[in-house]
Design a protein around this ligand. Sequence first.
Ligand SMILES: [Zn+2]
Ligand SMILES: [Zn+2]
Length: 324
Amino acid sequence: MPRCRHCRKKAVIKKHWFWYCEEHFFAYYKKRIKRVLNKVRLNWKKILVATSWGKDSQALLDVLVDLKSQYWYELEAVFIKLAETRWDNQVKNQFVEFVSKALEAVENLTGKLWVKLNILNLQNIAGKSLPDIVFENGGKACSICGTLKRYFLNKFAFENWFDYIATGHNLTDNVIFIKQNIIATKYEDIYKNILYVLPGDRDLKLVSKIRPQFWIEEEDNVWYCKLKDIKYVSSDNACPLKDVLARKSQWNTHLIVQEFVEKLSEKFDYARKFMEFLRKNLKEDGYDLAKIKKSELMKECKICGYPTASHSGICRVCRLLFNN
Ligand SMILES: [Zn+2]
Ligand SMILES: [Zn+2]
């Protein structure tokens, strides 16, 4: 029987050659979360946790509640309900089902943890549901969904005076994303992904984002939820809208890179080492936070007043909603 490297008790998980018992796995997990929280001044700050249907945001909410007394922040959760009413369309109905299952899991956890849950209904705040917007505009649903969620999270956090939006970005996803950017030679995007905090700006109506799971691997969140018996719907792959209207490409760089990163990380803690290497070298390169703000050239959207970098001066959400 494998035994924990720290206490010799029965081990439940193997990470990078070492075995951990349940207790020491949670210690390992929290240590990696604290590696981010220790670098940010959080006392008396208001944090809004963005929840969705996945394991990442469920684990994030649970661990942030657990660490609350050590950092003295205030915590609320938010869920964007992307669709509600039923249609005669099968895919749309499956999506409604998917969203309501996700909300159930989030309500279950926030209820257990005594965290205030804010539910934003997209049909009320945007006048349309996600499936309607996707079918009207065409294009990849995941990209449209991501844009809408980022926009309404920021708007809600800004209007309600939150200091940070906490998102469930994990190390594995981040490293995969960076590697894809290297392949596509989109180097500017790499900078945003080596930071714990994306700085906001109240004049621009932009709320700061914090990524507490910056050093957490995807697999760690699966184990976290499993050991704590936290329910979640599934990965993004299960979303019924995922492949609707999307062009299928024969070359799936994401899958190739994902396999590479996951295989190497399993044994060698590769994702962490790669990220540490990037942070060290890009910082030494004279990189600082101010550069990002300038490079983004944000201005106010002519319609809604929220920040946009688009040349037309109209943000993507306004273009999606008003078919501009
Ligand atoms: Zn142990
Ligand atoms: Zn706008």
